[in-house]
Design a protein around this ligand. Structure first.
Ligand SMILES: [Zn+2]
Length: 232
């Protein structure tokens, strides 16, 4: 069902060699939220553009297995990692996921590691050849402004959220949910809409609520619906 990953791989190589990309002193690309959103959409479209046309759960596990089948990376889906949730190796690309993880949390951790692979695998400045993630580095509800030392983690978390809940299809779900919940008011309505998003995209409620905050879809909609004062 999935198309090959050739475009994905080539796109990444092109970006690595693009001298217009600004990098920080560690060689990490300086990407704002919008740029990370675009990178996540690029990744999804490289596998199957249908996935950003109609709302559905993004098959991140299939993405990574496809990359492994194409020998772009190695994938260990059931690693014995103790309290480490996931790991991404760079020079010999490899993603490892803790065997104890399951459900939406597992999907988020895997998307986070795919974020490191997509955004950071060219890095050679690390003391180790891999990044290792714990519950403190993987946050479903990411901070909008990261401290400098958490910059890479912010990027990977933002990538994961954007990959699992793509903006174009999230807008569709949010609009449907607005209609479904029109008799509700206040926070209850917002949580209900987040629940629709969580169920459609198979993500945790924290991710769904954060996506609503990030993309401001509802705020815009509600502003449009609010009665405007009459001019005199
Ligand atoms: Zn990480």
């Amino acid at each position: 069902m999935l198309r090959g990953c050739t475009r994905y791989y080539v796109a990444r190589v092109d970006i690595t060699h693009d001298s217009n990309i600004q990098v920080d002193r560690h060689g990490v690309e300086v990407l704002d939220a919008e740029a990370v959103e675009q990178r996540a959409l690029q990744t999804i479209r490289a596998f199957d553009s249908v996935l950003v046309a109609a709302p559905r759960s993004i098959p991140v596990e299939e993405f990574v297995r496809q990359l492994a089948d194409d020998r772009v990376l190695e994938y260990e889906p059931s690693a014995d990692l103790g309290n480490v949730l996931g790991r991404c190796w760079f020079s010999t690309p490899r993603i490892e996921i803790n065997r104890a993880l399951e459900g939406p949390w597992r999907r988020f951790v895997l998307a986070h590691e795919l974020g490191h692979f997509t955004l950071h695998r060219h890095l050679k400045v690390l003391r180790r050849d891999y990044v290792e993630d714990y519950t403190r580095t993987i946050r479903e509800g990411v901070l909008p402004t990261p401290p400098a030392h958490e910059w890479m983690e912010w990027q990977a978390n933002r990538f994961a959220a954007a990959l699992l809940v793509p903006f174009p299809t999230m807008v569709i779900v949010a609009q449907e949910a607005l209609e479904e919940t029109r008799l509700m008011a206040g926070p209850r309505r917002r949580w209900q809409i987040a629940d629709y998003i969580a169920a459609t995209f198979d993500v945790g409620k924290t991710v769904a609520r954060r996506r609503l905050d990030e993309l401001d879809v509802l705020a815009k909609k509600w502003t449009q619906q609010r009665p405007t004062p009459v001019d005199h």
